[in-house]
Design a protein around this ligand. Structure first.
Ligand code: TYD
Ligand code: MG
Length: 456
């Protein structure tokens, strides 16, 4: 007889306790403890029957391990490859989180169908085989190497996996899985943790990359304990604004690559399309110049892109002026407004200010500052900025225009897209080649100086 034990787990952070407590001492949340029954003698074989696999693992000298480029598996999606740091790493566990309906299942199914000559097993606990088939018709892809399994018990999944021996395993989603060794319901902390641990062992032993789709909670963090993020090698967030078709795949943890990479997709009626030149979609096309628009040359990960900042400044109709921002940190906007008011003498205190990053994408790059300031001033003065101008600099608290990293990449990208002038910090032009044939690099030092050049 297996011994059982009752433990209480915080559903927010995964902390455990032998008795129920109202306020979690670890994460300070209230009413998050739930009783779960744990079988003490859970077999250690994580469902892969037989000990043969386990016996294979022996200590080996570090010099005995061989590395070759084949350790990276091409996902046949350039965007996904880049976010993963150059393709999937054999034996890695990759978690993909995102809000419901954002397109996680579509992304994974497209991946499963597109990978050539790679045997993929797509395990789903959320949809039926027919539904998956319908989706594959919709995205107009088919493959002779993609298997679908509708199953939620990890033991059954592993017994199928042992027979099929897939090259890549996709689990949609980790919250629907359950293991027989734990008696709580699917989606609870201990189930999620145990199932993920079983999959982790499977992926490490067999060197199979495993994708886990994970749900996220209301506040945007991955459902399940933080421990899930510690267990996996890579955490990808799939995000986007529902009102726009653009979806951004961001890596927030990556043991095998950079975490500042971005993959951009567009959700169309026939699936997700990769957007390889994001600048084109992030700058709205128009014939005439309008006020309140400035273009920033930003860098996310290794990729430079130009994005459009739109601002609207108008007299506040009510006593307290409103400040609102989409895609840009509101506190940073308030700070920039304070700098404009205090250091440069622009009277914006009684004005409503609305800021928007075109395309509904969220970017964190200090080099946006100067474009934000210029968009605000342009709207406030009602003078348009020439569409062939762009900006790349940070604005400091004293109103000085500060240098940003990798300015040469920003300049090259702007030049490639046909911009004729880029405003940068005066400290950024040292040591870089300012002799560009088609783009003028204009160093600036103070906001007032730039104001003179643009608006008077
Ligand atoms: P889905 O992949 O089911 O999201 P998730 O698994 O993250 O919950 O995506 C579903 C949404 O995507 C749904 O609102 C319909 C839309 N969609 C398209 O617009 N085009 C398509 O080709 C597909 C397959 C889905
Ligand atoms: Mg889904």
């Amino acid at each position: 007889m297996a011994k059982t034990k009752i433990l209480f787990f915080c559903q927010n952070c995964g902390a455990q306790s032998s008795k129920w407590i109202g306020n979690c001492p670890a994460c300070n949340e209230w009413n998050t403890y739930v009783e779960e029954v744990i079988h003490k003698e859970s077999p250690k074989s994580f469902g892969l029957s037989g000990n043969s696999l386990r016996d294979k693992i022996k200590p080996r000298l570090i010099n005995d391990f061989e590395l070759n480029s084949e350790n990276r598996i091409d996902t046949s999606s350039e965007e996904l490859n880049r976010v993963l740091g150059g393709g999937m790493v054999a034996g890695s566990l990759i978690l993909i989180g995102g809000e419901p309906g954002i397109g996680k299942s579509t992304l994974m199914l497209q991946l499963a169908l597109k990978m050539n000559k790679i045997k993929v097993l797509y395990v789903t606990g959320e949809e039926s085989g027919q539904q998956i088939k319908m989706r594959s018709e919709r995205v107009k892809l088919s493959s002779d190497h993609c298997y679908i399994l509708t199953e939620t018990s990890t033991q059954n999944i592993f017994s199928q996996v042992e027979q099929l021996k897939p090259d890549v395993l996709i689990i949609d989603s980790i919250q629907t899985l359950h293991t027989d060794y734990i008696e709580s319901s699917a989606g609870s902390i201990s189930q999620v943790r145990e199932c993920a641990a079983e999959l982790q062992k499977y992926s490490k032993i067999t060197q199979t990359p495993v994708f886990l789709i994970g749900h996220i909670t209301k506040d945007g963090s991955l459902a399940g304990p933080k421990i899930l993020e510690h267990m996996v090698d890579t955490v990808l967030q799939f995000e986007g604004d529902r009102n726009y078709g653009y979806r951004i795949l961001r890596s927030t943890k990556n043991r095998f690559g950079s975490t500042s990479e971005l993959g951009i997709f567009e959700m169309l009626s026939n699936g997700l399309r990769e957007v390889s030149n994001p600048s084109e979609i992030l700058i709205s096309q128009r014939d005439e110049n309008v006020s309140g628009v400035a273009i920033a040359s930003t860098i996310e990960g290794i990729r430079p892109m130009l994005i459009e900042i739109q601002a609207l400044v108008s007299s506040a109709a009510y006593g307290t002026p409103q400040r609102s921002s989409t895609g840009f940190d509101l506190r940073r906007l308030n700070m920039l407004l304070a700098v404009l008011e205090k250091r440069s003498g622009f009277r914006l205190g009684a004005k409503d200010v609305f800021l928007n990053i075109a395309g509904g994408i969220k970017i964190v790059d200090p080099a946006l500052d100067l474009a934000v300031v210029c968009a605000i001033l342009s709207s406030s003065e009602d003078i348009a900025i020439d569409q062939k101008n762009c900006f790349a600099a940070e604005v400091g608290l004293s109103g000085e225009i500060r240098p940003v990293n990798r300015i040469d990449h920003r300049i090259l990208e702007a030049e490639k897209l046909g911009f004729t002038q880029i405003f940068v910090s005066k400290y950024n032009v040292k040591g870089i080649d300012i002799d560009h044939p088609t783009i003028t690099i204009t160093p600036v030092n103070k906001i007032e100086e730039l104001f003179q050049q643009l608006f008077t």
